[in-house]
Design a protein around this ligand. Structure first.
Ligand code: GLN
Length: 447
């Protein structure tokens, strides 16, 4: 059924870069032949998934949306993928994304953009735009994405679905191709909160193959709250997230929700996150700095694309990288290299990390006063193709409300909370580290 939908819709939607119909059918058959008892019945038995193309599935291409990896096939499975296989899931294929997850619209993909299922003239968000669009268009019931500064939550908001970015370290990054290692985190894209919970439970938990993975057992539904506990939660609102730059349609909708919550007896408290304004700037120092180091390995020697007839080693590096990478990736490499260059380290990278500490502290202090925070996911509704792609700063601003929490490493979820002229509006629910239980419980209460 899902493969049929992909065949029908994807030629115009372009959510997938690779569709593994043969592999999926074969896997379905294998599963059917296996017998499971009630106790060991796999939680994702027979459920198809779409996987962002920066997460490795053995034998399938992993391009990261980049020409430089266009002929790269992964020889191993990511830990999250391995866990999904054990849980009985079936992979439909790999989804489109901004090149190396740098972007907010999928317009930076080396293989052409994905469209928004709600309006083909608009972007699906990014960088996990393919995953979000595939779930919204019912090409897949569940998808994996990655969120470095908002890449799961922002496309989820633009496609009217649920996107969860867990606490940094909650899901192993083994087999997720690195963009900015101290920020990267795998996340889930699903049609409802229950599905997020189910998928998150399968893929979370400690992993010896990722030393930054937190030493905790997988998430379980017993980490969720009962309804009477949910009603006692304190809901925080930070004024810094309701500035003049936000589309009034979004602020209005969130205000309506806050009014309903107050009427329902929830305590709504105002908190302050004074360093919010600096988080975006600091992110664009820290993330490119880490990216330029992570992307140094694509030199035409070990992986993927190599330029034609190099004259010497220098020529091989230079031409492979200048022709293999797209414009935004090159911009970030130059930015990052500059920030890390000798004499500038203290001025940029160190300052960026200091701001990061302040942003983290803001959240810590806020979560002493409330259980969760409510905020917009994005300052605007899904925008049109070309509207922001000529101006990198305008594009960067699309993540202004998702970047601070990513810098702090805290969990956050994007939930659809209504529509304006057929375009979805997202609501962001943020929590303290490892408090995904509170976020998911509250989200499912709202849903
Ligand atoms: N849009 C942001 C960037 O381009 C965030 C991307 C992401 O989370 N992967 O860096």
């Amino acid at each position: 059924l899902f493969l049929d939908r992909i065949r029908l819709l994807d030629p115009s939607l372009r959510a997938f870069l690779t569709v593994d119909d043969k592999g999926a059918m074969q896997r379905a058959q294998e599963l059917e032949e296996k017998k499971f008892g009630e106790a060991d019945f796999p939680p994702l038995y027979g459920i198809p998934l779409a996987i962002k193309d920066n997460i490795c599935i053995q034998g399938l291409p992993t391009t990261c949306g980049s020409r430089i990896l266009s002929n790269y096939h992964s020889p191993f499975n990511a830990t999250a993928v391995e866990k999904i296989i054990k849980a009985g899931g079936i992979f439909l294929g790999k989804t489109n994304m901004d090149e190396f997850a740098m972007g907010s619209s999928t317009e930076n993909s080396g293989f052409g953009p994905t469209r928004n299922p709600f309006d083909p003239k608009r972007v699906p968000g990014g960088s996990s735009g393919g995953s979000a669009a595939s779930v919204a268009a019912l090409e897949a019931p569940l998808a994996l994405g990655s969120d470095t500064g908002g890449s799961v939550r922002q496309p989820a908001a633009f496609c009217g679905i649920v996107g969860l970015r867990p606490t940094y370290g909650r899901i192993s990054r083994y087999g997720l191709i690195s963009f900015a290692s101290s920020l990267d985190q795998i996340g889930t894209l699903t049609r409802n909160v229950q599905d997020s919970l189910a998928l998150f439970s399968v893929i979370s938990g400690q992993d010896n193959r990722d030393s930054t993975c937190a030493p905790y057992p997988p998430f379980s539904s017993s980490d969720c709250l009962h309804e009477d506990e949910i009603k006692k939660m304190k809901v925080g609102v930070a004024k810094e997230y309701f500035t003049t730059g936000v589309d009034p349609v979004i602020t209005q909708r969130i205000q309506e929700i806050l009014n309903i919550l107050t009427k329902e007896g929830f305590e709504v408290v105002e908190v302050s996150l004074p360093h919010t304004d600096y988080a975006l700037e600091a992110y664009y120092i820290v993330a490119p700095a880490e990216a330029c180091s992570n992307l140094a390995r694509y030199d035409g020697v070990a992986y993927g694309y190599r330029c034609n007839q190099p004259l010497n080693l220098q020529d091989l590096y230079t031409r492979t990288r200048t022709t293999g990478f797209g414009k935004e990736v090159l911009r970030r490499i130059i930015l990052g290299t500059y920030c890390l260059s000798s004499g500038y380290y203290d001025e940029f990278y160190l300052k960026g990390m200091q701001v990061r500490t302040l942003v983290k502290k803001d959240f810590e202090e806020s979560f002493e006063k409330c259980d969760i925070l409510l905020a917009p996911v994005t300052p605007s509704l899904p925008f049109k193709f070309g509207e922001k792609s000529h101006d990198p700063y305008q594009m960067y601003l699309a993540d202004v409300f998702t970047i601070p929490s990513a810098m702090a490493g805290i969990p956050a979820l994007s939930l659809n909370c209504g529509y304006h002229q057929h375009l979805p509006i997202g609501l962001q629910i943020l929590g303290a580290p490892f408090q995904e239980g509170k976020i998911l419980s509250f989200a499912s209460f709202l849903e």
